[in-house]
Design a binder for this molecule. Structure first.
Ligand code: SAH
Length: 251
């Protein structure tokens, strides 16, 4: 696969509040399955993007210190500006880094959060490699693209086999969590509005603005077309796939 154009990506997605499907309600619902909020102090939010959910976590866990990590410096700059604006700069620290080599000590985290991002390392590898960073009894909360049915149209299967071969059903993902040393506490399918109202709909206007900003640029045109195709695919096939939030506790 061709290397993505990171500047293009960060420029486009910085114009959006979220860089993946999700919503404030969903973030808070996932957080509701994490018990003992008073003992959840050290949090890492991995692949945080511009961090809409990062700030929400910090607001709802007033004693916490959140380290939000992402690959793209432009996202971290935006997150830090948003944190400052919300008066959360003392408790939310944005850092650029790679989820494949996280800068945390073993047993040093009470909660690992990751929305719409673990696919970059792969679900199974991510949950295994991040586990040692959690203290015993610490929580993992990740959202991940998931098949919602046992069977699905061949074209759709082929699309995802190419885009993300690790896509699977929730029962398989939960079994992977158990095998990796987590007790599954909850798993729920993100409602459709996480994709539509909170992710694809805001992109309609952003796409137009982006095309205007880069007139006649073939890479931008191709990027936008690909993005549109992904939204169309969701509209056509949404009974078959979605995001599932998985919440587990380190055994
Ligand atoms: N959690 C955000 C962003 C999801 S998009 C939200 O839900 O809105 C996925 C994010 O993962 C992007 O911000 C991308 O820059 C980041 N990412 C991709 N590969 C990464 C890596 N290897 N290490 C850290 N972050 C990565």
């Amino acid at each position: 696969m061709e290397e993505p154009d990171f500047e293009l990506l960060s420029d486009y997605y910085s114009m959006l509040e979220r860089q993946g499907p999700g919503s404030p309600e969903t973030t808070l619902k996932a957080l509701s399955f994490v018990e003992g909020h008073d003992s959840i102090v050290r949090i890492a939010d991995i692949g945080c993007g511009t961090g809409a959910h990062t700030l929400l976590l910090a607001e709802h866990l007033p004693g916490s210190q959140v380290t939000a990590l992402d690959f793209l410096p432009a996202f971290i700059d935006q997150l830090s500006a948003n944190a400052a604006q919300a008066g959360l700069q003392d408790r939310v620290k944005g850092i650029t880094g790679n989820m494949e080599a996280l800068p945390f000590e073993p047993d040093s985290l009470d909660l690992i959060w990751s929305e719409g991002a673990i696919y970059n390392i792969g679900f199974e590898r991510g949950i295994r490699e991040w586990r040692p960073l959690l203290r015993a009894g610490g929580y993992l909360a990740v959202s991940e693209i998931t098949w919602l049915t046992q069977e699905r149209p061949a074209g759709l299967q082929d699309y995802w086999a190419a885009a993300y071969p690790e896509i699977n059903t929730a029962s398989v993902k939960i079994a992977q969590m158990e095998a990796a040393g987590y007790t599954p506490k909850a798993a729920f399918v993100l409602p459709e509005n996480c994709w539509t109202d909170h992710y694809y709909s805001p992109q309609v206007a952003v796409r137009e603005a982006f095309l205007e900003k880069h007139p006649g640029n073939p890479a931008v045109k191709a990027f936008i077309e690909n993005d549109r195709a992904e939204a169309d695919l969701y509209e056509r096939f949404k009974p078959y796939y979605g995001y599932v939030f998985y919440i587990g506790q380190k055994v």
